[in-house]
Design a protein around this ligand. Structure first.
Ligand SMILES: C[S@@+](CC[C@H](N)C(=O)[O-])C[C@H]1O[C@@H](n2cnc3c(N)ncnc32)[C@H](O)[C@@H]1O
Ligand code: SF4
Ligand code: SF4
Length: 347
């Protein structure tokens, strides 16, 4: 397949679904419901376009607006990629609610020790989890985790965001994660609080979700820390080799420039949203900056109608690549002074 801009085809981030049953208050689907399009990618989209699936090293199923487990064809889509390349690293990020143990068993059987499933859980029971994960269903989350643990060799990680209501329960959540058979526990220091963004304050001065300062990220990017419970580690070597190869190339090409674009390295994965648009990364793909995003939501970028080869080789990418320096998000996230090898290899 022609790839004239040398897109890092080794890592893809698919928003298979912009559908979700939850209403987390600081998720874009809740914060900006006006422009939300609820839809999903189907199996035939992948079969038609990802004919090079055997060359992909890493796939992230997360998204800006929804949850992957609510895509009708989700398990078949994962199966499609695992059949093409059993070594591919699949990473699934989910709230975990409302699926049956059988559904999790079927997913677990498709995954292997190269894969990871992350459960986004900010509480330790129904009442605490729903303080942020509004509308979650704790009973199905727990039965799902148990079924998945019994039926897969994939890595399971509990992902918690620190909020005021859970900052004193972190050790408790970690112990629960261990007991449930998770391999690791991730703590995220978010940026979405009143002290960083005034509009999160309930009144003029305080944000009821905001934790102590030490639990808030000090940069523009969420800060993540992982605690491992065992010595198992997923085999991510093929993906890391590609990641470092692209980092070195892009760093060299960006010499004397003030941006080292992670989207040309593959760090976060080339983003395909639930409508089939190819967008360089999920940071510029979210709907907070609709004017910025709208420049990507053009017919030439829609894989469903144009086919993937036409989209990745479209002439307008020339202008986009020259314009990194002018885009606020790129200056914030991919400024040359921030991007070293560690930054460029961290999701
Ligand atoms: C839109 S969600 C999509 C995946 C899935 N629905 C989930 O919530 O895990 C993408 C990521 O945003 C995270 N997220 C949601 N609210 C957040 C917040 N206030 N601060 C930091 N990350 C947040 C989720 O935990 C998840 O890792
Ligand atoms: S579970 Fe994920 S997609 Fe759903 S509302 Fe929460 S953050 Fe958004
Ligand atoms: S923020 Fe800009 S430069 Fe960085 S990965 Fe996204 S599109 Fe590329």
């Amino acid at each position: 397949m022609q790839n004239q801009f040398n897109w890092p085809l080794w890592h893809w981030h698919f928003e298979v679904s912009s559908i979700c049953t939850l209403k987390c208050p600081r998720c874009p689907r809740t914060e900006i419901p006006e422009s939300l399009v609820q839809t999903q990618l189907r199996l035939d989209f992948f079969e038609k376009n990802f004919t090079f699936a055997n060359e992909i090293k890493k796939i992230t199923f997360c998204g800006d607006d929804g949850d992957p487990i609510y895509a009708k064809d989700f398990i078949d889509i994962v199966k499609f990629f695992k059949h093409q390349n059993p070594d591919v690293n699949i990473n699934i990020i989910t709230n975990g609610s409302y699926k049956t143990p059988d559904w999790w068993k079927n997913l677990g059987n498709v995954l292997n020790e190269n894969d990871q499933v992350h459960f986004s859980l900010d509480g330790w029971n129904q009442q605490s989890n729903e303080q942020y994960r509004v509308n979650c269903e704790w009973s199905s989350i727990i039965s799902g985790i148990q079924s998945l643990r019994e039926n897969t060799t994939a890595f399971l990680q509990w992902d918690a965001i620190v909020f005021k209501f859970n900052q004193h329960q972190i050790d408790n959540m970690k112990s629960m994660a261990k007991e449930l058979g998770f391999d690791s526990f991730q703590l995220t220091r978010s940026t979405k609080f009143g002290s960083k963004y005034q509009h999160y304050n309930d009144n003029d001065t305080s944000d009821s979700l905001e934790p102590d300062e030490e639990f808030i990220s000090s940069t523009h990017r969420f800060f993540r820390e992982v605690f491992r419970f065992n010595s198992r580690i997923p085999n991510t070597k093929p993906a890391i080799i590609e990641n470092i190869k692209y980092y070195n190339q892009v760093k060299e090409d960006s010499k004397n420039k003030n941006i080292i674009p992670l989207c040309l390295i593959g760090t976060k994965g080339i983003f395909v949203n639930s409508q089939g648009y190819l967008i360089p990364c999920c940071w510029v793909g979210n709907r907070y900056n609709h004017t910025g995003l709208s420049k990507f939501l053009i017919p030439e970028n829609n894989i469903t109608t144009q086919g993937i080869e036409n989209v990745i080789n479209a002439e307008h990418w020339n202008t986009f690549i020259e314009d990194f320096n002018t885009m606020t998000e790129c200056k914030n996230k991919c400024s040359a002074h921030l991007v070293d090898e560690k930054y460029a290899t961290t999701w």
